[in-house]
Design a protein around this ligand. Sequence first.
Ligand code: B3K
Ligand code: ZN
Length: 843
Amino acid sequence: PQTIYLSDYKPFGFDVTSVELTFDLAPNCTRVRSKIAFEPKADAERTFFLHGKELKLISAKIDGTDVSPALSDDGLTCTVPDAPFIWEAEVEIDPENNTALDGLYMSNGMYCTQCEAEGFRKITYYPDRPDVMSVFTVRINGPHPVLLSNGNPVSQTEGHAEWHDPWPKPAYLFALVAGELVAHPGSFTTRSGRDVALNIYVRPGDEGKCAFGMQALKDSMKWDEDVYGREYDLDIFNIVAVDDFNMGAMENKGLNVFNSSAVLASQATSTDANFERIEAIIAHEYFHNWTGNRITCRDWFQLCLKEGLTVFRDAQFTADMRSAPVKRITDVIDLRGRQFAEDQGPLSHPVRPESFQEINNFYTATVYEKGAEVIGMLRRIVGAQAYDKALSLYFDRHDGQACTIEDWLKVFEDATGRDLTQFKRWYSQAGTPRVTVKDAWYAGTYILTFTQHLKPSATTPDPQPQVIPIVTGLLSPSGQEVVSSQVLELTEESQSFTFEGLAERPIPSVLRGFSAPVVLESELAENHAAFLLAHDTDPFNRWEAGRSLAKASLLDMVRTDAAPDTQYLDGLRAVMSQGDLDPTFRALMLGLPSQSDLATALHDAGDTPDPDVIWTASEKMRAAQAEHLKEILPGLFADHQVPEPYKPDADQSGRRSLANATLSLLCRMEGPERAQRQFDKADNMTQQLAGLSVLLREKAGDAALKAFEEQWKDDRLVMDKWFGLQVMQADPDQAVATAAALTEHPDFKWKNPNRFRAVFGALAAHHAGFHAAGGSGYKLLADWLIRLDPVNPQTTARMCVAFQTWQRYDAQRQTLAAAELDRMLATPTLSRNASEMLTRIRG
Ligand code: B3K
Ligand code: ZN
């Protein structure tokens, strides 16, 4: 496969001034007619190349005259006039057999599209690159009650619809939907008085699951006006729920297409976590209207320009709608679990990669989540006001353009007068910096010394120091904040910061709010974690202190079979007893570092992680938590029941999450009855699923599992939970067998990405299960990836990530994993997607 380089970027030789598309829909032979106006730029060549894949060309004309372009696997080349001309083509495509779920495809009888990144070329011949922006008119002919495309409706008659999108856009934002759908309507008036019709389109039967998404959409529209000054710019905004979808959702202009799991919500079928995720994804896609659509990317190397910024914006939104500290803590858990893991293994790449084979493989935690962290740091460094000023400048200067990271940083430089040359390394250097901190105290003067280190890697052979904002506060030994939070900017490899005039040696609280995506290593004279757990005024660092005690204790337990650390358990009990602390925060305090995170820590320290030993230590720690908290658990459980009618808001979800964390610990000591009672009387999915999950873990779930299946067998999204939970709650030696047995279930519709991920995503996340000593986890997943690849390369490639850590385990596991990687790589028709991923992972 060919490698594409950022340094090879060349603008397209033509402007596209308008695009007209006409679709005659038919499952196996949809006809697409295109009429596209091209204008050669000053030094354009006399031939042009249009992308096209899996298209049957019926006819092609330039200015009304038939032409015979040269066709290849990835497009066509044609001689063209040296003046503006009209290209017309007719192609035939087969949506029903498009199982890859990009381009135009069918899901449960409805037509839908997914064009990002390069799906439009499977619809018609076109310069399918984000820097070619044009105005689209779309006509759809088909016998469906609902026919949708981007922009505003022009006309709707039976069997026909016409749409016009006045905003120039790249082809990846094109969308079309047709089917027997019903709308959940709503409306929004923008602050300048534009009335916008809102709709969530779903399959009949799902109408009752739209209200929450609709409210989230309205909240997002209002928030973007209030916080970023961004208004919606069309008369209509449509969301469509689709069951077969490769990812969460897609921000097509005016016509967002969603995985049904990312929009459909109801008390009976969705957990509190589902509600929160849905709210965030709706916001994310809506926010793309400005950060992504009005201002898009020049090329796919700039993906973080829209994704990092939009993730940052949706995180701000969630922080405003719910609890900011809780959002920060859960984002950091996710960042460490996915992005740090990626950055420490063979898939490590910079936030702005410089080469790729298959762009769909770069929709990664690094581009998205680290991309968002980089923006958070920028805001921390320049300050909130300067950030707002820079963003206004960005929107003013670049509206309607396809931009680069250079453009983005330039608005910050122009708005603040600051030179961001060094800061830019965050975009070009791969890897997670390690920062060590030391302290010293001389008569009233306290000195913190930080050192940064970035491990050289394939894409970053000679790492240079980065700009690392370290938010720091100082506490007195009695717990008073003596120096409040300030940003220390670490720019050198090693740098000291001095605090004068202190009465006594302070306790430092560094990297508050996780102010930079780094691994912090303490070489402080004393370990202050227990003190910070009790006293830190920064909620993130308070949580972090508990986490670091838990982690240190677990690592000791793994290494030396030590007993759980009582200092940690005492500190935990003190926090859990603090009735005025947010229940969600307390539920998070009960969390432990993931087993995979522990394996990473062991590997980093030069040890070989043993998944079974890590599993056993984690279970022992859970038991120790239960034992140590036994006096307060029944009270916590009782006090956090929610008698009021169900609402998925932060307050109620927090109480449920603390009660459910408590339930899990209680049942470790007293058996499963309490969980069974909760399962039996639950009136919402959060409670029902939490009950089931404990029952499964306590090996008392058979009856509940059956009842659950009987109750929900017709609800795909709930059945995804049923499939996944059994794997998640299996013991390590049962996880693979459980997953294998589930693949025999008649409802294991493996071509549906949600169902495939329910089983195999859960297996991959079951650390001790997937890495079972005999290699059965590796083999089962490889068997299924080989089967899925010809059907759906994108989802296959995504799931290959499960193997990214294979090199940190013992020689036997490595041999077994390598054999499976090689077996997959030897598959004759392996997709470009899977081939690139497996080659990188194999190393
Ligand atoms: N932009 C899309 C992701 C497209 C993925 C293509 N493989 C969703 C999002 O980030 O909002
Ligand atoms: Zn996005």
